[in-house]
Design a protein around this ligand. Structure first.
Ligand SMILES: O=C(O)C1=C[C@@H](OP(=O)(O)O)[C@@H](O)[C@H](O)C1
Ligand SMILES: C=C(OP(=O)(O)O)C(=O)O
Length: 430
């Protein structure tokens, strides 16, 4: 789909969509429990991939109004009857590869053309050291992946510099093995808050992990544990909310109230601090979960370390494009391993608006200025599309293609933006 965007401001109230990361974990843990109810999950293309995969491992999942009722496999996933298609979702592929290692047979996992370019090397390597036979059909660490179950606990090291999802996947599955596992992280752990979200959810499901957080992080995972998630309400998503908050902060005469943003382990809540640091008028009431942003303030350049929060990079890059001065987004190499190489996507699209930008292996240097209208490519990537839509609101006279990608994490993005008054219109189905 191609969308046209004109200069606009936004006003009104909006409810932040439910967290994608919490929803993936809640479904996966519920599928490994006996009976659970998940309240207000995110229903999006990525979380539907996790639902389908969990069903293929034997869970039964019903939608009842806003909730999911899950009858899980009580720690023993079945051998799937068919290939698991994780579609566009890295989280689904990595979590389900680990779940496959708990079965008594062979599982094949694949995904769309984007997912089949994403790396899985450290996860495959560690699974093989934990008694599993796991490989890529093409021998290049990319899906399709083949996994023969047989997970056993022992002491292993894993590289944390590519994706935290490998570590989350092992933290979810190792408690179900007979023996204890010690998982030591080598390299600089990226996206650490997502591991904290995993551990929070494991604890809620009754599973214990001991963390030894010295120079190198080490997880001690006792075996023979059981999942029992019971009931969980999914919190709002700060990554999805970042587009709303940033769009309001950037545009004159905007004033929005975003609800459902309570404190949680999500690293992307730093978007609020980041906007404050850039000079935005933003206030967060943690008790009520309400964030109020007023536009019209001149934003200032910043230095942003993306190590813990890669998903904020497209949002921050667009903010930097209109801020006064030169911003740097650093420690961002892992942002290249997402649905697209997002540093390359931003470095290709933002200059079309007239932005001055320098791309290096792990950073972007962006000098802010006035944006001019442009026809830009959304790269079939939800976060690139939503970030470019914000830029379009400043530039006016802009079109973006592949906008259907928002279905991955925020299916109502354009609907919510239009309800708030943004001038965004679907102009072509192609
Ligand atoms: O575990 C998760 O829910 C996620 C972890 C992050 O990925 P990496 O750990 O690969 O950086 C993040 O980018 C992704 O959107 C969601
Ligand atoms: C990278 C993302 O998700 P995943 O890794 O699950 O595809 C994302 O949502 O930006």
């Amino acid at each position: 789909m191609r969308i046209s965007i004109n200069k606009s401001s936004i006003k009104g109230e909006v409810f932040a969509p439910p967290s994608k990361s919490y929803t993936h974990r809640a479904i996966t843990l519920a599928a490994l429990s006996k009976e659970s109810i998940i309240r207000r999950p995110l229903i999006s293309a990525d979380t539907l991939a996790t639902i389908r995969a969990s069903e293929m491992f034997g869970a039964s999942i019903e939608r009842e109004e806003e909730n999911l009722i899950i009858h899980g496999v009580n720690g023993k996933p079945h051998v799937p009857e068919d290939v698991i298609d994780a579609a566009n979702s890295g989280t689904t592929l990595r979590f389900m590869t680990a779940v496959a290692s708990l079965t008594d047979g062979i599982t094949v996992l694949t995904g769309d053309s984007s997912l089949r370019t994403r790396p899985n090397g450290p996860l495959l390597e560690v699974l093989n050291r934990l008694g599993v036979k796991a490989c890529s059909t093409r021998g290049n660490e990319r899906a399709p992946l083949v996994v023969k179950g047989g997970l056993e606990g022992t002491k292993v090291n894993i590289d944390g510099s590519i994706s935290s999802q490998f570590i989350s996947a092992l933290l979810i599955t190792c408690p179900l093995t007979e023996n204890n596992t010690t998982l030591s992280i080598t390299g600089r752990l990226k996206s650490k808050p997502y591991v904290e979200v995993t551990i929070e959810m494991l604890e809620l499901a009754g599973v214990k992990i001991h963390t030894d957080d010295n120079d190198n992080i080490r997880f001690i995972i006792p075996g023979k544990q059981k999942y029992d998630l019971k009931e969980y309400t999914i919190p709002g998503d700060f990554s999805s909310a970042s587009y709303l908050l940033a769009a309001a902060a950037m545009t004159d005469k905007s004033e929005i109230t975003v609800k459902n943003l309570f404190p949680s382990k999500q690293g992307d809540k730093v978007i609020i601090e980041t906007l404050k640091q850039m000079g935005a008028d933003i206030a967060w009431d943690r008790e009520t979960g309400i964030v109020v942003v007023r536009g019209g303030k001149r934003l200032k350049a910043i230095t942003f370390d993306a190590g813990a929060t890669p998903d904020l990079v497209p949002t921050v890059a667009v903010l930097a494009s209109v801020a006064e001065g030169t911003s740097r987004i650093e420690n961002a190499e892992h942002v290249r391993y997402k649905e697209t190489d997002r540093l390359c996507a931003l470095a290709t699209e933002l200059p079309k608006f007239g932005v001055r930008l320098k791309e290096e292996r792990d950073s972007l240097t962006i000098t802010g200025g006035k944006l001019q209208g442009a026809d830009v490519h959304g790269w079939h990537d939800h976060r690139i599309v939503m970030a470019l839509a914000m830029a379009g609101m400043m530039a006016g006279n802009t079109t973006i293609d592949t906008t259907e990608a928002v279905s991955i994490s925020y299916p109502d993005f354009f609907k919510d933006m239009c309800n708030l008054g943004a001038k965004m219109e679907n102009i072509s189905e192609k």
